[in-house]
Ligand binder design. Structure first.
Ligand SMILES: C[S@@+](CC[C@H](N)C(=O)[O-])C[C@H]1O[C@@H](n2cnc3c(N)ncnc32)[C@H](O)[C@@H]1O
Length: 224
């Protein structure tokens, strides 16, 4: 998978690109990641990327032209352009599953008061990571990048663990424990120490439903 991210603050991505799963995915060549500075797609001598909104109002908007020039330079027929915006469709695991099949992403990050409305016409999808407003599209782009990268075949050691994760079957994951078997009086359930794989699987299935009905009953309705 190839991912190009267009941002006015490209340095924000340094840590994410060079740690943990994204780093491993890049090293193993599952992910070809390029972070682009929006300023590199300007044509004026001041390399200006923002301006005041027509009609007045507070703050600055990112201009349309640098985003258009960036997409025109980077896009091919296989590209899928995502605008990160709090006004977009809410990201969830189902969307992550579908998006992770795409071969090439171009992610557009807004900042300040947002982007010129005409930037929307570049996007194949507008994605929000939640009903709250962040300072820029950089953190949302990192969230999207992480969620689709870990779905690429071979990126995680065990593909099995992916299928068991929260939201995969509209259920939260069952409780998990590691050593020691007792910690400050809190014991690991006997069944997990039993070595009986059938019993463990059945306990986990029941716990996933119990946990979901306690914490996220709305997800169980999605299953019906
Ligand atoms: C301060 S926000 C602009 C919000 C805009 N004025 C509005 O009310 O819709 C600046 C940028 O952060 C990004 N952003 C903020 N919250 C986001 C969210 N929940 N999901 C995705 N992107 C978000 C977008 O790229 C947005 O253009």
């Amino acid at each position: 998978m190839r991912v190009d991210i267009i941002s006015a603050f490209p340095d924000m991505f340094k840590a994410v690109a060079n740690e943990s799963i994204i780093k491993i995915a890049r090293e193993k060549k599952f992910l070809d990641l390029e972070i682009h500075n929006l300023r590199d797609f300007t044509t004026d001598k001041h390399r200006s990327i923002d301006d005041t909104p027509y009609g007045g109002g507070p703050g600055m908007l990112l201009k349309a032209e640098p985003f258009f020039l960036a997409v025109e330079e980077l896009a091919s027929k296989k590209s899928f352009v995502v605008l990160l915006t709090p006004q977009g469709e809410l990201l969830n695991q189902k969307k992550v599953q579908n998006l992770s099949k795409k071969e090439h992403f171009i992610m557009l990050c807004g900042h300040y008061e947002g982007v010129d409305e005409r930037v929307r016409s570049l996007a194949d999808a507008e994605i929000s990571i939640g009903d709250y407003v962040l300072t820029g599209g950089e953190l949302p782009a990192m969230v999207l990048l992480d969620s689709i990268t870990r779905k690429q075949n071979g990126v995680l050691g065990s593909q099995e663990s992916l299928l068991e994760e929260s939201f995969e079957k509209s259920l939260l994951e069952y409780p998990q424990y590691t050593k020691p078997a007792e910690f400050r009086g809190m014991k690991v359930p006997d069944v997990l120490l039993s070595g009986n794989h059938q019993k463990i699987a059945s306990w986990r299935a029941k716990q996933a439903v119990k946990r979901t009905s306690e914490k996220r009953p709305d997800l169980l309705k999605e299953n019906k």
